[in-house]
Design a protein around this ligand. Structure first.
Ligand SMILES: [Zn+2]
Ligand SMILES: [Zn+2]
Length: 174
């Protein structure tokens, strides 16, 4: 949903979004977020504050995450509120990078022109909501580095400390 911000004058406007599971597309393979288990339900209110716009919203979904340790997929409920500022700017091509950095520091998203895509805001907020490390559970045992078994499910009998580390690397290649 693309919103023309010039339409928002004295009265704030509220938008409702419902994004099906298929909406989510991975930016990079191996991303922590593998998809959605439930559609995104979101509501955003945009108000004009001088030359800026204040966005307040909330969203609800269930993320499909990949555990950093055991690589299994698991669901995590996400329900939260957020707010951010948008500032439309007219900028020259070569200034682009500098302007973006300055904006990030102040917690303001600079956008080219007066149009904003709400799906993009939702996507950013979803990325901001996940931790650096995603674990299916705090005490996830991860994969055995020797045989690759998921140690949450199966106890293997590999001896992890045996041999020179170089041989273990070699075994991985074989
Ligand atoms: Zn895990
Ligand atoms: Zn093993």
């Amino acid at each position: 949903m693309i919103i023309d911000l010039s339409q928002i004058q004295h009265e704030p406007k509220t938008f409702y979004l419902w994004l099906p599971e298929e909406w989510w597309e991975q930016d990079v393979p191996g991303d922590q977020i593998q998809g959605l288990y439930q559609p995104v339900d979101a509501c955003l209110t945009i108000a004009r504050l001088g030359k800026r716009f204040m966005v307040r919203g909330n969203l609800r979904t269930v993320l499909m995450l990949q555990c950093d340790r055991c690589m299994e997929l698991f669901g995590r409920e996400l329900e939260g509120e957020f707010h951010l500022f948008l500032e439309p700017v007219q900028k020259k091509q070569d200034e682009e990078e500098e302007v973006e950095l300055a904006g990030e520091e102040m917690g303001i998203d600079l956008i080219p022109g007066e149009e904003v895509e709400l799906e993009q805001i939702i996507k950013e907020q979803i990325y901001l909501s996940i931790p650096m490390k995603t674990l299916c559970k705090d005490d996830c045992l991860g994969l055995c580095p020797v045989c690759g078994a998921n140690r949450n499910i199966k106890k293997c009998s590999c001896h992890l400390t045996q041999g020179h580390p170089a041989f273990q690397e070699l075994r991985k290649l074989l």
